[in-house]
Design a protein around this ligand. Structure first.
Ligand code: PEP
Length: 245
């Protein structure tokens, strides 16, 4: 059975708490849940309290990163316990921007995912190849290896986001068949790792998803939703994607 669909928004480093509140209030005014679709907003940590207070009922939220450590002398980091205390239920780990700009390895990503799970947060683990790897035709092997390292000792309460780096924020979207190729390979790897416990794991596609292309991408058998950056900032785009699913 296909797991339910997750429309996960990644605001990246956008929106002050005041702007987050206005966004959530606008969503509350206009949002109608789509059957079988869960909506979740991944926001800067400072925005989470505003989301907790103002999002419509049933809309989830979470962070964009979490420390691998419990607490203590890690200046600037946000712990899983802090995220949980805001009411967050998800956290993105291993986004390609964190891997690239903050040197996060698969081992670090796995440690963060484990720490999130220790607090009952569901990690959204991001994987995906760069352009060079894709051009060499090594995208499946590369992504599966990254997945394996990023899930070391991580339990099955995860979401996986396949995000080819060349499609993130570039306007270049993978074709629905490209997305399905990797989603199916990821699904097989998850089944090998978790057995039947993998059945409920959602595998998302991310990379320049918008209202015009989301239905086609998420219509594929193994694609269970999307992780959306640019098109998550305007409520009208989010409503368009929610309706299209
Ligand atoms: C992302 O930030 O994970 C993402 C997929 O961004 P965009 O939708 O802008 O490509």
């Amino acid at each position: 059975m296909k797991p339910g669909t997750l429309l996960a928004l990644n605001w990246k480093m956008n929106k002050t708490p005041t702007e987050a509140r206005a966004w959530a209030e606008e969503l509350k005014e206009k949002y109608a849940p789509a059957e079988g679709v869960e909506l979740a907003v991944m926001a800067p940590a400072l925005d989470l309290s505003a989301l907790a207070a103002n999002l419509p009922a049933g809309v989830a939220f979470g962070g964009q990163d979490v420390s691998a450590h419990e607490s203590g002398a890690y200046t600037g980091e946000i712990s899983a316990g802090m995220l949980k205390d805001t009411g967050a239920t998800y956290v993105v780990v291993g986004h390609s921007e964190r891997r690239e700009y903050h040197g996060e390895t698969d081992a670090v990503v796995a440690a963060k995912a484990r720490q999130a799970q220790a607090y009952g947060l569901t990690p959204i683990v991001c994987v995906g190849e760069g352009l060079e790897v894709r051009e060499k035709g090594e995208h499946v092997a590369y992504t599966l290896k990254q997945l394996e390292g990023s899930l070391e000792n991580v339990g099955p309460d995860v979401v996986i986001a396949y995000e080819p780096v060349w499609a993130i924020g570039t306007g270049k979207t993978a074709t629905a068949d490209d997305a399905e190729e990797l989603a199916a390979a990821i699904r097989d790897a998850l089944t090998e790792r978790y057995g039947h416990n993998a059945d409920g794991i959602r595998v998302l596609y991310g990379g320049s998803v918008k209202p015009e292309n989301i239905a086609q991408l998420c219509g594929k058998a193994n694609v269970n939703g999307a992780l959306v950056g640019g098109a998550s900032l305007k409520v009208t785009d989010v409503l368009g994607m929610n309706e299209a699913l």
